[in-house]
Every structure is written in C-alpha cells, then in structure tokens.
Design a protein around this ligand. Structure first.
Ligand code: AVJ
Length: 324
C-alpha cells in the first residue's frame, strides 16, 4: 500500500537509528561483511559526496549535466509542457533547474527520505521558479508513494538522475523501477514518463580512478562510514587500520568499494564483537555501469519502454527517456 506521512526514522530509547543498527549488525555478521551504501549519507558523508562531484576524476556529474544542458530542445519536444516532475531523491542545484527550464512543468515534487535536504532544495527551487507549485514529500521511494492530491490530475514525469540506480543490484533496481511506475501511474490511465541517468561501462582505469581519486576524497567518503558506525553505534572500529579499495568487477559490470583490514583486527559495535583477518574487507558500495543496450533492457524489465537515449560527447554517461 502507498505510504504517506509515516515516521521515516525510527529511533530507539538511546536515539539510535534502528534501521542503521540492524543493517550494520546484520551486514557485519555475514561471511563477506557488507554495509548498504545508503548509510554513507550523514551530514559529513553528504558534504564529502558534494566534494567528489567536483573532482577531476569523477566525470559522472559533469557528463550528465552536459547531456541535460545540450538536449533541452529534445526534452521540450518529447515531454511537453504541464507535467508534474517527480524527482526521486532531493534535487541537485544544477541538474533539476536544467530540466525544469527545458520543459515548462506544471508542478515539482521532490521525494526524499531526509526532510532537511528536502526543505532546503525545495525552498531554493521555489525561489528560482516563481509560480511553479512545489510539493516536497518526505518518503522512502523504494516503495510506492502516495502523491499529494494537488498533483494527481497532472501527467507525471519521473526524474532519477545521478546513476543512483547503479547502487542497486539488478533485481532491486527492477523492483524500484516498478514501484516508480506505480507511484507515477495516473488514475485515468495516462502513461507516465521517466528520465533516468545511468553511467556507462568504459576503460577500467578511468572507472577505478573515478572511485579512487588522487586527493583521497573518495577514501575519506568510504572511511566516514566506519567513523559513522563508531559515532552512532558505539563502535570501536580501528579506522586507521582500514584502507579504501575501489575495484572493477567485470563479471557484474560494477565498481565495488570496500574497506580492507591492513592487519588482523577485533572491534565491537553496539556491544557485539567482530573480527577481521588481514586482507578481509567490508563491502560498502556497488556502482553498476551499463551499456546503452543493458540500460534499455533494465528499463524494459522494470516496465518502462525506452523512447530516446542521449550520451555526452565522450560517450561516458547516458540519459534515457522512457514511457510506462
Ligand atoms: C551517488 C551513487 C551515483 O556510485 O557514483 C561516488 C556515489 N560513491 N563515489 C556513484 C559514489 C563513490 C555515486 N552515486
């Protein structure tokens, strides 16, 4: 059932985020230790990600922005005016205005799990686009979301930039595409559209550098997850004994980030004891890369028919417009 207005962050009596603790403890109990990538984004992690997007080696943000800038006439023609733009994740200060200026939207609906980011980005957009109705919704978009009554009559365009879908394994990604379709489906059977960014397979050295930059910002981003566990879950992880690793996994067409123990270590988290042998890792992120074909296939599996696909000049990144 669609969700609206539920408490999204469930804290225990000590103010600890229950979902964070459950994900970390379950993940650390696995043979291959793993923590879901969504937990990177506390305040420190979000600031570090912003810094990543400005790095020389990290091309995805610039490549996708170039696509949005260069094809506004196509978006205007194919999408048309008056649609409610439903953005999955709170908007970026650069990409969202590029899309909104291109298509004359009827409303803008950012969906995000973090109310703070939502309020900040909504206020900025409402100032920039005077007269555009902005309806932020605090929600977990991995499930079907009930949209505000005011935008129900409008046709919808989902917007999911940044190759965030690449963080999910294919079956989770397909589930998400299907819940997006359910969220956007009109009551009168109009077909929603989706504009989605996906990063493309390319030279391994370019990919690995994008996730292991010379200034070490991505390393700090990765290590911040262990520091966050120590801060919020009463952890004793010796972060100085962990090293950042970014590895291309060719079988799964993805960059994996890991934290590797440089020597045998023991630590506790929320009172539970863990050990890692030298060389053992905590798997912290998958960032799947696509071909134009595999991007289309995944959309089709998720119930979306691709209409047109664009890449940047150098063919590094793709943006696809699809219709349900
Ligand atoms: C925000 C998930 C798209 O996978 O490229 C950047 C996150 N991780 N550097 C990505 C990230 C390491 C990023 N996404």
């Amino acid at each position: 059932t669609p969700t609206q207005g539920i408490a999204l962050v469930d804290l225990d009596e000590d103010g600890v985020d229950r979902a964070f603790r459950a994900d970390v403890l379950n993940g650390l109990r696995q043979r291959q230790k793993a923590v879901p990538a969504r937990w990177f984004y506390d305040d420190a992690g979000s600031a570090l990600f912003e810094e990543i997007t400005r790095l020389e080696e990290y091309y995805p943000t610039r490549a996708e922005t170039e696509i949005l800038r260069n094809h506004s006439a196509d978006f205007h023609r194919l999408i048309g005016p008056g649609r409610a733009v439903v953005e999955f994740g709170s908007g970026s200060s650069v990409k969202t205005p590029l899309l909104l200026s291109a298509i004359e939207p009827g409303a803008y609906v950012p969906l995000d799990i973090s109310g703070d980011f939502l309020r900040a980005s909504s206020a900025a957009l409402a100032r920039k686009f005077t007269g555009l109705p902005v309806h932020p919704v605090e929600a977990d978009f991995m499930r079907e979301v009930e949209l505000p009554d005011a935008i129900v009559p409008l046709k919808k365009l989902g917007f999911f930039p940044g190759s965030t879908i690449g963080n999910m394994v294919p079956r989770t990604a397909v589930d998400l595409l299907r819940s997006m379709r359910a969220t956007l489906r009109g009551s009168r059977g109009e077909r929603p559209m989706l504009l989605i960014g996906m990063d493309l397979v390319k030279d391994q050295a370019v990919l690995e550098a994008a996730y292991d930059d010379a200034k070490g910002v991505t390393a700090r981003f990765n290590l911040n997850l262990a520091e966050r566990i120590n801060r919020e879950l009463d952890g004793t992880i010796p972060t100085g004994d962990l090293a950042h690793r970014a590895i291309w996994n060719n079988d799964f067409a993805r960059i994996e980030m890991h934290l590797e123990a440089m020597k045998d270590i023991v630590f506790s988290v929320s009172g539970e004891k863990f050990m890692m042998d030298k060389g053992e890792t905590i798997h912290t992120e998958n960032s799947h890369k696509f071909t134009r074909r595999s991007a289309n296939l995944m959309l089709l599996a998720g119930g979306w028919t691709p209409l047109q696909q664009w890449t940047d000049e150098e063919g590094r990144f793709s943006v696809t417009l699809a219709e349900a």
